[in-house]
Design a protein around this ligand. Structure first.
Ligand code: COA
Length: 328
């Protein structure tokens, strides 16, 4: 699916927040748990450390600080949010949805609230949905949260996955705007590749399956990731008749430095245009892009008027890009 907004109503991000739990786990700590090393992890992934939720923290606990920051920047206390989407594969529980829990905590009594599952691409899918609802006039102020507590669904004895992931969440507020904001979205899914990144024992097909941790074919996911990051970016730029040189900041999903470097090189972006923070957070799934946006703003690269290209990819297999003229 690819499209430029046709509505006269422009939609933009009016607030952004991000949160990562305090507990840091370094590669050396992991090397005491499984047969791995700091050297191997850095060489193959670029990751140095990741944040892990406390036992008492579920997704809503990670999402709330991010949501509050985003709402504060947008000048809202949350009661006037009328759409709340949480993109995640690790909700507090299957139901009630984490979004309904957050809507209640925020006092967003008139909000439609639901969770969205699209793997690590969830945040991009949720942005597109919220964009569509705000552009159509169905919603006026949307809160989009992307976050995951992947530490809960990892097999802590499996060195091939445990080194890659971390916990975190981010949130943005979307509203109609006089300024440009979102220009287009490109989203896709390839269910045939779903078997390469999956969670057995997590739903109605394998409910009694004792195995409840992420399973991954790293090499296949690597190939998929490098392919779609490039293809999706090229497609959306071409749809918007924008050149690679026009892009000011590239914010790819933070899965692995090698994947990002590969895509960046193919796309021809100089490294100073690319936001990379995977070394500090690992892959936080749906939290990854908003956490990276936060860093891009903090280091001064994302500023008013910047043309920002974001691309996510992950389980499904799914991918999604958005092109946005930053207005904050
Ligand atoms: C997972 C990944 C880092 C592995 O790197 P790789 O270069 O493909 O490594 P391989 O899987 O070929 O494994 C090479 C060797 O390292 C070993 N290995 C795997 N994990 C290891 C670890 N944490 N520490 C040390 N050795 C490890 C393997 O067992 C294998 O050993 P062998 O050759 O004796 O069989 C890489 O495939 C990757 O990044 N894939 C994408 C994953 C991803 O981003 N998923 C989320 C997408 S949203």
């Amino acid at each position: 699916m690819i499209g430029k907004g046709r509505s006269d109503v422009r939609v933009t991000i009016t607030g952004l927040g991000a949160y990562a739990p305090e507990r840091v786990i370094t590669n050396d700590e992991l090397a005491r748990m499984v047969d791995t090393s700091d050297e191997w992890i850095i060489e193959r992934t670029g990751i140095r450390e990741r944040r892990i939720a406390a036992d008492s923290q579920a997704l809503s606990d990670l999402s709330m600080p991010a949501a509050r920051q985003a709402l504060e920047q947008a000048g809202s206390d949350g009661t006037d949010v009328d759409l709340l989407i949480v993109a995640t594969v690790t909700p507090d529980m299957m139901f009630p949805s984490t979004s309904a829990i957050l809507a209640d905590q925020l006092g967003a009594k008139d909000a439609a609230a639901y969770d969205l599952s699209a793997g690590c691409t969830g945040f991009m899918y949720a942005l597109a949905q919220a964009y569509g609802m705000v552009a159509s006039g169905l919603a006026r102020r949307a809160l989009v949260v992307g976050g995951d507590v992947l530490s809960r669904i990892l097999d802590w004895t499996d060195r091939s996955t445990v080194v890659l992931f971390g916990d975190g969440a981010g949130a943005v507020v979307l509203e109609p705007s006089e300024e440009t904001g979102f220009l287009a979205f490109e989203l896709g899914a390839d269910g045939a590749g779903g078997e390469h990144l999956w969670l057995p024992g997590s739903g109605s097909r394998h409910f009694d399956e004792p195995e409840k941790a992420i399973k991954m074919n790293g090499r296949e996911v690597f190939k998929f990731a490098t392919r779609v990051l490039v293809q999706s970016a090229e497609d959306i730029l071409s749809r918007c008749e924008v050149t690679k040189e026009d892009v000011d900041v590239y914010v790819p999903h933070q899965a692995n430095v090698r994947i990002i470097d590969h895509a960046t090189k193919k796309l021809g972006f100089p490294s100073d245009k690319v936001v990379v923070n995977v070394e500090r957070y690992g892959n936080t799934s749906s939290g990854s892009i908003p956490l990276a946006l936060r860093d891009g703003i903090d280091d001064g690269r994302i500023r008013t008027g910047s043309l920002v290209l974001m691309t996510g990819m992950g389980a499904g297999l799914t991918w999604g890009s958005a092109l946005l003229r930053w207005t904050l």
